[in-house]
Design a protein around this ligand. Sequence first.
Ligand code: PLP
Length: 406
Amino acid sequence: MIKINENYNKLQASYLFSDIAKRVTAHTEANPDQSIIRLGIGDVTRALPDACIKALHAAVDEMANDGSFHGYGPEQGYDFLREAIAKGDFQSRGADIEADEIFVSDGAKCDSGNFQEIFATDATVAIPDPVYPVYVDTNVMAGRTGEAKDGRYEGLVYLDATKENGFIPDLPKTPVDLIYLCFPNNPTGATATKAQLKAWIDYARDNKALILFDAAYEAFVQDDSLPRSIYEIEGSKEVAIEFRSFSKTAGFTGTRCAYTVVPKTCMAYTESGEKASVHALWNRRHTTKFNSVSYPVQRAAEAVFSPEGQAQVQELVSYYLKNAKYIREQMESLGYDCMGGENSPYIWIDAKGDSWELFDKLLNNTGVVCTPGAGFGKCGEGYIRISAFNSFENVQEAMSRIKDAL
Ligand SMILES: *Cc1c(COP(=O)(O)O)cnc(C)c1O
């Protein structure tokens, strides 16, 4: 008899996006004349940068001839891309990361979900709340938690991100081994300063813990005093892994390319306390289970680092940030307390009551779809997330409807 992995039965069904879809459908049927403006989902809306399109086309043409065709590439990614990343994203910002510490993949979702596989099942895991749900669910699947009670899994250490701590969680009060952090944050839009990240690095060093740092939104950091990478912080190379993605920065959500940085100096420990290289473990896992990203897509990602690519990506990011600024200003002028929207495409808004109540009010009175914060964890209750991923025209229309209706 084939038995299931019982840990899957602990997973709480996430009704968030299906619930939203149901309410939107009901609203559309009742109000066929009102157009819907979606400021809910975390997907980009603008086309790929021209530099990436040109590189994609050229690479596709190479695949058309026996002489220039590419079959399997290196599992960790082609050197041309790993070198462009090391230079363009790290060395240029004073972070000493080498090309062979970069593992190219088809998504930061998979990487941030898979990375926990190389650690012990009894590792104590700390996860922020509210949070991108992948970190929690993959640890539940792996058997690192008990059952869910009142929306929280037994055995996980939750790091509350609240208005009181400026949405930057405090250090855990009980010892933990694996720590997930995400800045600029999804969903709160909060950014961490170098001093705040330094406190986490010091904690990890003192406790032989490891930080998994999700920097999917780093390109939205425009304030030069804020870190884009955890490797801008001293001491991080021994205790931090960083996830990056071309999804939100260069519009690759449907093209798929991302990467994970695993410094060779990062250590985990065997049962008997001996050091083990995290780089070697991840290399083993990655090369066993993954066959890298298609050649044309890696060429398109490489083009992000060309001078034209850099200018085009900055234009994309600035476009969404202009939307974000506008949303935040308008919501604040209506008396709502906001976080994010400055170095982040997300605005996290105090609903002054129930998340779903404000969601329904916005949908029913204006046709604007946001995301109720309760879907991201217990601490998200009482908030909504508005995303800047849409056209400026739609954002203006949405805000004008909200101003008239609220
Ligand atoms: C969108 C997003 C990612 C990126 O995922 P991909 O699989 O690379 O598209 C990673 N982390 C967070 C927090 C995100 O919001």
